[in-house]
Design a protein around this ligand. Structure first.
Ligand code: S3P
Length: 182
C-alpha cells in the first residue's frame, strides 16, 4: 500500500505534520487516536481509565487492521506507543512508507509540560517517565521506520519540507513543482 505513515514519541508533531502533509500532497489524513476516540465515544484518557492501557493497545491494533483494508493513498498519523507491538510494526509496513519523527526527551518535556491529555505522563515524575519510555521505544521506532526525520529545533514547515524531500528521494512521491505546492 502506498500510504505515508507517521510514527514517533508523544509531542513529536505527528498530528500537525500529518494535517500539513495532507494539504501539501492532497491526500486524506487519518489519525489513529482520533479514529479510536470516535469509535469508543470516549477520550484517550477515558479509555485508559475504563479499559486500561492493554484495552487501548488492543484498539490500536484493530484500528491498524481496519486501515489496512482501505484503498487510496492517505496520510496516517499514529499514537506514540503504537509501534511497540511487533504485530503493529508488521501492519505499519503493510500500510506504506513509515516516517519516524525523532525528538529528544528534553524537547518532549518542553512541548508537553502543560499538557494533561497524555495519561502516561500524568505521574509523579514525568521527565523520568519520558526518559525511560524513550529508552525502551527508540530502537523499535528505528526498526519500523523507512525514513527518519529529526525534529528538535525545527519548525513545522522545515519538518514537512524534509519529509517531502525524503519521500521524493525514496520514490514514494514525485518531486513537487512550485505550482503544485501552490
Ligand atoms: C501514547 C501516545 C498518545 C496516545 C496515548 C498513548 C503513548 O498519542 O496514543 O496517550 O503510548 O505514547 P500521541 O503520540 O499522539 O501523543
Amino acid at each position: 500500500m502506498n500510504n505515508v505513515v507517521l510514527i514517533g514519541f508523544m509531542g513529536c508533531g505527528k498530528s500537525t505534520v500529518g494535517i500539513r502533509l495532507s494539504y501539501r500532497l492532497r491526500r486524506i489524513v487519518e489519525d489513529t487516536d482520533k479514529l479510536i476516540e470516535k469509535r469508543a465515544g470516549m477520550t484517550i484518557s477515558e479509555i485508559f481509565d475504563a479499559r486500561g492501557e492493554e484495552g487501548f493497545r488492543q484498539m490500536e491494533t484493530e484500528c491498524l487492521k481496519e486501515l489496512c483494508t482501505q484503498t487510496g493513498e492517505r496520510i496516517v498519523s499514529t499514537g506514540g506507543g503504537l509501534p511497540m507491538r511487533e504485530e503493529n510494526r508488521a501492519l505499519l509496513k503493510k500500510l506504506g512508507c513509515v516516517v519516524y519523527l525523532r525528538i529528544s526527551p528534553e524537547c518532549v518535556w518542553e512541548r508537553l509540560k502543560d499538557d494533561t491529555s497524555r495519561p502516561l505522563l500524568q505521574c509523579e515524575n514525568p521527565t523520568e517517565k519520558i526518559r525511560t519510555l524513550m529508552e525502551a521505544r527508540a530502537g523499535k521506532y528505528e526498526t519500523a521506520a523507512d525514513l527518519i526525520v529529526d525534529v528538535d529545533g525545527k519548525d513545522m514547515e522545515q519538518v514537512v519540507a524534509e519529509i517531502l524531500a525524503g519521500l521524493a528521494a525514496c520514490g514514494v512521491i514525485k518531486e513537487q513543482t512550485e505550482e503544485e505546492i501552490g
